[in-house]
Design a protein around this ligand. Structure first.
Ligand code: HEC
Ligand code: HEC
Length: 434
């Protein structure tokens, strides 16, 4: 108990510099520096950027340092971030005071000073650095050293967009969503399951750090946007108030998401034959087939053909991908250019026959994907329109049945996309070449 109250006292008198993630420490040796957003210094043409505006660039950098600290070794947790314990789980050390008078205190796990089993706590940053950084990068930009060799690419957290969420379309993820992703991984991708590598407490800590990086990255982008409409020589550009407002807007989105989990309004319809077949018809009548294809192999007409995709993405050095795109015929190239994900990476609809779901295989997981769509991945929401609450479960039942019944779609008469009332039309499914 004694150590707990001292804990609170350190936090209480440190305010801004609540979490110091550890300097030259065995838990994370060697300093690392955040990588800046491209838009801060690079000429990105028509895209927002601060190229050639050194004063505004400097202001963005200063604002970020003030809010989040200068580097990952020295983390500041801004007021109102909503992170647990004001960010205490990010830290290996707590810092008391600021400047030359600052004192750092290691954080221990265990019960008290006399407990010989107590161990130094590795904060969220240290855990991230060891387990995640080589893919997700120092700033969470999805640009770690391993990233270039992976498809799909590791998530860039800085947009605040996460795919596998339980919150409304476009909203920030719930903490539970991040916990599921980190604990169980994303099946079919290189995102590992950390269930057996990290303790539950460590997973909680790294969740905080992912949120921290996401908030920091989103703030950076928001400040660049804000600066881009300011005058390079205006001394009041990016004033403290404007900076604070930008950061608060982002913190609010995260806090709101923690209260917004989408629950299906009715219980799941049992997966009867009737329900599965109704779901199959809905799949074929709605937009699902345009992306996922008539046989749900992930080869719908809205996307380039699978062999073209494979050639561009896997047919050589990843850094020469653009050259391979340039060689496509004009029609295919146009289609290709319409279909990146929100991070600008190549995107492919799932093959729903494989029964591999990145975001989890519970009926509720599939419900969330179909009802709310997949953020950043072009898959749109389908509830409340075009599907009502009953149709939603029929489609979920169909999706879950398909991998076990390969003929479900092959044998399907294709209903017209806009059924005329009372006129049953049966068009043969495209089964050639199978
Ligand atoms: C080997 C590379 C690799 C490692 C290591 C890795 N990830 Fe990932 N991670 C990925 C990839 C790839 C994706 C994106 C998959 C996709 O978009 O389909 C991803 C996505 C994510 C997402 C986004 C989920 C969503 O809903 O959009 C989170 C959060 C995440 N990773 C957290 C972590 C954390 C925390 C660690 C360390 C404990 C970690 N990752 C380690 C490759 C990795
Ligand atoms: C505009 C294109 C588009 C439409 C329309 C669309 N999807 Fe998707 N869907 C995708 C893409 C792209 C992915 C892969 C996203 C990823 O892996 O990041 C996907 C993934 C999925 C997944 C896998 C989720 C996971 O956890 O891996 C399911 C299930 C799914 N879609 C079902 C459906 C159903 C059912 C419909 C119709 C109600 C539908 N989709 C409509 C593009 C679409």
């Amino acid at each position: 108990m004694e150590s707990r109250s001292r804990f609170a006292w350190f936090l209480g008198c440190t305010c801004l510099a609540a979490a110091a993630a550890g300097c030259s420490d065995a838990l994370n040796a060697g300093p690392l520096q955040y990588v800046e957003a491209e838009a801060l210094t690079k000429d990105l043409g028509t895209k927002t950027n601060l190229y050639g505006k050194p004063n505004l660039q400097k202001k963005v950098r200063q604002a970020l340092v003030q809010l989040f600290g200068p580097n990952p070794q020295e983390i500041h947790v801004p007021d109102g971030s909503g992170l647990s314990g004001d960010g205490i789980y990010l830290a290996n050390y707590l810092q008391e005071g600021e400047g030359p008078a600052a004192r750092r205190h290691p954080i221990f796990q265990g019960t008290g000073p006399s407990d010989f089993n107590r161990t130094r706590q590795a904060g969220g940053y240290a855990i991230y650095r060891r387990n995640c950084l080589h893919c997700h990068g120092v700033s969470g930009a999805g640009d770690g050293p391993t990233a270039a060799f992976l498809y799909p690419t590791p998530r860039d957290y800085r947009k605040g967009i996460f795919k596998f969420t339980s919150t409304p379309t476009g909203a920030r993820p719930h903490r539970d969503d991040l916990r599921r992703t980190i604990t169980y991984g994303l099946h079919g991708t290189s995102m590992p399951a950390f269930e057996s590598l990290l303790t539950e407490a460590e997973i909680e800590q790294v969740i905080e750090y992912v949120m921290f990086l996401s908030m920091r990255g989103e703030t950076e982008l928001a400040l660049i946007e804000e600066a881009a409409i300011s005058d390079e020589n205006d001394p009041n550009a990016l004033s403290d108030d404007i900076v604070r407002e930008a950061a608060n807007g982002i913190f609010t989105k995260w806090k709101l998401a923690q209260t917004q989990v989408v629950n299906p309004p009715i219980a799941r319809t049992p997966p009867t034959r009737e329900s599965i077949l109704r779901g199959r018809d809905l799949f074929l009548q709605s937009d699902c087939k345009d992306c996922h294809g008539l046989l749900a192999k992930g080869d719908g007409e809205s996307f380039v053909k699978q062999d073209v995709f494979n050639e561009v993405v896997f047919g050589g050095n990843p850094s020469e991908r653009q050259a391979r795109v340039d060689q496509l015929d004009e029609k295919t190239r146009t289609l290709w250019n319409q279909k990146p994900d929100d991070w600008g990476n190549p995107l492919r609809p799932a093959n729903l026959n494989r029964g591999i779901y990145k975001g989890g295989r519970r009926p509720l997981d599939i419900y969330w994907r179909v009802a709310k769509g997949i953020n950043g991945a072009q898959m749109p929401a389908h509830y409340p329109s075009p599907f009502d609450e009953k149709k939603m479960w029929d489609v979920v039942n169909f999706v879950l049945a398909l991998p076990y019944e390969p003929n479900l779609l092959k044998d399907a008469p294709v209903p017209p996309s806009t059924p005329a009332p009372g006129t049953p039309v049966a068009i043969q499914a495209v089964t050639s070449g199978l």
